[in-house]
Design a protein around this ligand. Structure first.
Ligand SMILES: [Zn+2]
Length: 141
C-alpha cells in the first residue's frame, strides 16, 4: 500500500473501467467465467492494465477450468510480486504487478508441470498485446 510508484488514483479512475479499477486497486475479483481473456488463445503477451508492465506470455497460458485466465509461469525477471493474503478466512498468495502494485490475482501450487504453479489472474487486470510477426518474416525488402 505504500508503493510510491502506485499511479494517481484520480487518473486511474478516469482511465480504467469501474471493474478494472475495483480489481486492480481494491483487490477485487471478477466473476468466474466472465473475463474477456478466459478463452483467449492468441499469441502474444499479457501486460498490466494499469502500467503496461508485461507480465505473462501466451505460451504459459492454459485452461485450468477455474473460470479465470491461468498461467503456469510469469515472464522472466521480476514481473510480479507475491504476498501472503489471509483475507476471507483463507491463506492464499496474492499476486501483484511488481511495477505498480496492481492486484492481479492469486497463485496456487496445483498447476501443471514444469512449474507446478497456477497463476490465477483476473482478465480485468490484463491488457493483451498481440505478438508482432516474427523478425525473420519482416526482413524482406
Ligand atoms: Zn502494473
Amino acid at each position: 500500500m505504500n508503493d510510491s510508484r502506485r499511479p494517481d488514483a484520480a487518473e486511474l479512475n478516469s482511465r480504467l473501467t469501474e471493474e478494472q479499477y475495483r480489481i486492480t486497486q481494491q483487490k477485487g475479483t471478477e466473476r468466474a467465467f466472465t473475463g474477456r481473456y478466459l478463452h483467449h488463445k492468441a499469441h502474444g503477451v499479457y501486460a498490466c492494465v494499469v502500467c503496461g508492465n508485461e507480465l505473462f506470455a501466451s505460451d504459459t497460458k492454459y485452461d485450468s477450468g477455474s473460470g479465470w485466465p491461468s498461467f503456469w509461469l510469469p515472464l522472466a525477471g521480476e514481473r510480479v510480486r507475491t504476498h501472503r493474503d489471509t483475507s476471507l478466512g483463507m491463506t492464499r498468495t496474492e499476486v501483484t504487478c511488481a511495477n505498480c502494485g496492481a492486484h492481479l490475482g492469486h497463485v496456487f501450487d496445483d498447476g501443471p508441470n514444469p512449474s507446478g504453479l497456477r497463476y490465477c489472474v483476473n482478465s480485468a487486470s490484463l491488457d493483451f498485446r498481440a505478438a508482432p510477426t516474427s523478425q525473420s518474416d519482416t526482413d524482406e525488402k
